[in-house]
Design a binder for this molecule. Structure first.
Ligand SMILES: [Zn+2]
Length: 280
C-alpha cells in the first residue's frame, strides 16, 4: 500500500488550489487553432505531499514540461487559439498516456523513484484518473465536437518541451515535430519553418515519436478523429525565460499561419475507427 499521506481526495484540495485544467476560449469563434499543453504544470495538491519527492526533483523535467506553458499561452495569443492546459504534475497522472500505460502513473521518472506511485491501490488510481485525466479529455472531446458541429475544423497543436540532455546524450534538435499516420500537416509545417529559419534543426519524430497505444492526446483527439494535428516539442533550454518563450511562439506561429494560408483547407479524414478511441 502506498503511504496514506499521498492519497488524493478532491475534498482535501485547498481553496487556493486550481481546477485540474484551464481552458481559454478564442475571441474568434471561427478560429481553427486548438492548442493543448498536457504537461504545463508541476503542481501537486498539498495533501499529496509532493508524491514523496523533493521540490528540487519536482522542478526538474520529470515533473512537467519546463517552459511549455509559456510558449503555448503566447502561441494561443498570436493565433487567437483555444488553449487547454493541465494544472497539475504529470507525475500524478500523465495526461498524454492512456490509463493502461505503465507510465500513466510512473513509478520512476528519469531514475527518480516516485514513492506515491509505488504500490498504488486501484482505488487511488481510479480517483486520480477521474479527477485529473478523464475530465480534461472529455472537455477536449466535447469542445471539438461543438466546433465541428459549428463547421470549424480544428487544427490541434500539442505543445511539449524536452530536456537538452538525456542519458548523457546531448540532443541536437531545437524543436521536434511529432506525428504518426497523418502527415498532411507536418510536411508543410516543416517546409515553412525551414523557409524562415534555415539554421533550425528540426527533429523528425525526435526526440520522441508518437505511437498510438502509448501516447494519448494526439492519437485520440487528432488522429482518431481525422483532424489535422501536430505535436511540437521545444528544447527546454531555449524556452526557460518568458522572453524566449515569446520568441519561439512567434517562430512557430508564423510558420503555422503560413501552412493554413498556403494550403487547401484541411478536412476530416474519415477512414479511421473512432469507436476504440472514444473516451468512456
Ligand atoms: Zn510533454
Amino acid at each position: 500500500m502506498a503511504d496514506k499521506s499521498f492519497t488524493f481526495s478532491a475534498e482535501n484540495l485547498l481553496d487556493t488550489e486550481p481546477e485540474p485544467f484551464t481552458k481559454l476560449d478564442s475571441l474568434n469563434s471561427r478560429s481553427v487553432w486548438f492548442v493543448t499543453c498536457d504537461h504545463a504544470s508541476n503542481l501537486v495538491p498539498k495533501h499529496m505531499n509532493n508524491l514523496g519527492i523533493t521540490s528540487t526533483e519536482m522542478n526538474r523535467h520529470i515533473g512537467w514540461d519546463i517552459g511549455a506553458l509559456g510558449v503555448a499561452k503566447e502561441l494561443s495569443k498570436i493565433l487567437d487559439a483555444r488553449l487547454i492546459s493541465g494544472n497539475y504534475s504529470r507525475l500524478i497522472v500523465d495526461l498524454n498516456r492512456p490509463t493502461s500505460s505503465p507510465t500513466f502513473i510512473p513509478k520512476t521518472a528519469d531514475g527518480t523513484p516516485i514513492p506515491a506511485n509505488i504500490n498504488i491501490s486501484e482505488k487511488e488510481k481510479k480517483e486520480r484518473t477521474i479527477f485529473f485525466h478523464k475530465e480534461y479529455h472529455l472537455n477536449i472531446e466535447k469542445w471539438l465536437d461543438r466546433l465541428i458541429l459549428e463547421g470549424v475544423i480544428p487544427v490541434i497543436i500539442a505543445i511539449h518541451s524536452f530536456t537538452p540532455v538525456f542519458q548523457n546524450f546531448r540532443r541536437p534538435w531545437h524543436i521536434g515535430l511529432l506525428y504518426e499516420h497523418d502527415q498532411r500537416f507536418v510536411l508543410p509545417l516543416r517546409n515553412e519553418l525551414l523557409l524562415r529559419n534555415s539554421n533550425l534543426i528540426i527533429g523528425d519524430n525526435q526526440p520522441y515519436a508518437i505511437r498510438g497505444p502509448s501516447d494519448f492526446t494526439i492519437p485520440v483527439h487528432g488522429q482518431a478523429r481525422g483532424l489535422p494535428h501536430i505535436e511540437i516539442e521545444v528544447r527546454q533550454d531555449l524556452i526557460e525565460i518568458p522572453e524566449n518563450q515569446k520568441i519561439w511562439a512567434h517562430i512557430l506561429a508564423s510558420a503555422l499561419l503560413s501552412v493554413i494560408e498556403n494550403n487547401q483547407p484541411f478536412g476530416i479524414i474519415n477512414n479511421v475507427d473512432r469507436k476504440s478511441h472514444i473516451i468512456s
